[in-house]
Design a protein around this ligand. Sequence first.
Ligand SMILES: C[S@@+](CC[C@H](N)C(=O)[O-])C[C@H]1O[C@@H](n2cnc3c(N)ncnc32)[C@H](O)[C@@H]1O
Length: 433
Amino acid sequence: MKKQNNVRSLAAVALERVVEKGESLSTILPVMQKPLNDKDGALLQELCFGVLRMLPRLEALTGQLMERTLKGKLRPLHFLIMVGLYQLIAMRVPPHAALAETVEGAAALNRNQMKGLINGVLRQFQRRQSELMSLVDDATVNYLHPGWLLSRLQLAWPDNWHEIVVANNQRPPMWVRINRQFHSRNAWLALLRERGNDAFPHPDEPDALRLATPCAVSQLPGFSLGWVTVQDVSAQGCVRLLQPHEGEVILDLCAAPGGKTTHILEVAPTANVLSVDADAQRLVRITENLARLGMQAQVIQGDGRKPSAWCGEKQFDRILIDAPCSATGVIRRHPDIKWLRRDRDIGDLAALQLTILDAIWPHLKKGGTLVYATCSVLPEENHQQITAFLSRHHDAQLTDTGTPMQPGLQIFPTPDGGDGFFYAKLIKIANPE
Ligand SMILES: C[S@@+](CC[C@H](N)C(=O)[O-])C[C@H]1O[C@@H](n2cnc3c(N)ncnc32)[C@H](O)[C@@H]1O
């Protein structure tokens, strides 16, 4: 194996960039996977996700095993040790292979002289595993969440925080959305079964199937032809609530990478959809997704806080805001979120959401529908946001989603269910009292 293709060392480098430099794993992982074969790419992802899921435990164990923390140029080796520990604790890799490959990782990082140390630390862990595991036992280590987030969840959801935290630490199920323009859900399921996989329909989301065995998109019948899209079932609820109709003028705001734009067009192919996002790079993904599905929408870069800059005085029949948020409902899919977010981000995000909501409201026609959604489980971004909005806008009426006391529907992540999500559906009434 070439030195640079030692997957353990690549994982160590990726983890250092996420945890210490604040880079998003979703951005760096695809670039690092590109030169690897499928098997190594999958292993790299498994090592990064796994270490990020149980980071506090691995940090605490490393603290027990090492007299001094590795710093400066040796810092990647600190992460390499955690990659080694993760394999010994949680993976089916034979321990001798995990050890040998991880020790080789030091060489791939040009630290040949540290191979002995890595070997010694991992062997010591193997000898003392149960004793060490009982030594590192506190709330952060047990729940594997940063203290600030655990406190917020416990305060907001005294009866549910535990199930949220447990679900966040699990591997997520794979959900797909069947494009009803090509097949009914049952017809596509029959095609999947012919390929030896199976799936389970969701009782409330008409297009959603949960795969019995997660697989590569190339294994999904007709993926390249647009017959099916990978999308969590909770995200699918946005368009069911929006209820797009043929020929309507619809704004999908904060639209990239386009999961909901394409869903709108599957349900209402002749709808006139404008997809707007502030991030030019992510806009490219909307265009790619539209092309795969053979659909058309107008895609523009724009700031949701300043809609008149990109749509003048225009008004829409329906508006979907899939707002930028803490993403605390999708931690099981993006475990780096636990370590990238900070407590202070929540207030900043709530302020951004408020500005976007207030700025776009005048662009909804009278009688029109606005769906506000987040993949957050924090009240500041969700029902508190909508309570405050309803008190500012007397021409907004909550419908189908919660009560004026607790507006919106809050979904928590569950092992066989959807991600954590929130939606509120608002109608603009003609004559407010
Ligand atoms: C939750 S993601 C949207 C996911 C998308 N709706 C989908 O289904 O594929 C939130 C999006 O908000 C965008 N965003 C952040 N700040 C924005 C702003 N001020 N105006 C418009 N879009 C913004 C981000 O670039 C990001 O793509």
